[in-house]
Design a protein around this ligand. Sequence first.
Ligand code: GRF
Length: 188
Amino acid sequence: MVKIAVFASGNGSNFEKIVLNSQNKYRVEILIVDREDAYVIERAKKIGIEYVYINPKEYISKEEYEKKIEKILQEKNIQLIVLAGYMRIVSSYLIKKFNKKIINIHPSYLPEFPGKNGIRDAYEGKVKYTGITIHYVNEKIDGGEIIFQKKIEIKSDWTLEILETHVHKFEHEYYPKIIAELSKKIME
Ligand code: GRF
């Protein structure tokens, strides 16, 4: 079974769905968190997944911080890194070590609305459609090769909250499925 590490910084709803919907296709070995107060830690405790909090401020550079992470990933024989609300840019150091083995989910139909506020930007942009995108992580922020996308029509009477609910529902449905598919390919 493919061994996965999830990186997260916040709420962790995707992390939880990824763990609960693995269907024996992959195994979440560890959660890496960069914020001590992230709610995702509570979720990890509840569902019994090991987690490590690593404080980036304790390292003199991003590379040193990522070397610490890399050491943990090696100890656990991690084959795939899954970013799920990880609010930090992965540097070329880790990207090179895990070439095409780091994926991310973004809450818009890329290349539309990259950046931190994908849902809000689409909503305020008054576009008809937005969506979700799962992509490989490379040096370009939200710019790596796209693995999967799904469109969502923004109905004219939707509030931002309604749109958020729909986006997250799709994320929760498709991220575990795509991870399972990638895991199958890794095993081949
Ligand atoms: C998701 O919308 C994801 O697309 C984005 O950050 C959010 C994380 O949500 N990258 P959660 O922490 O998984 O609840």
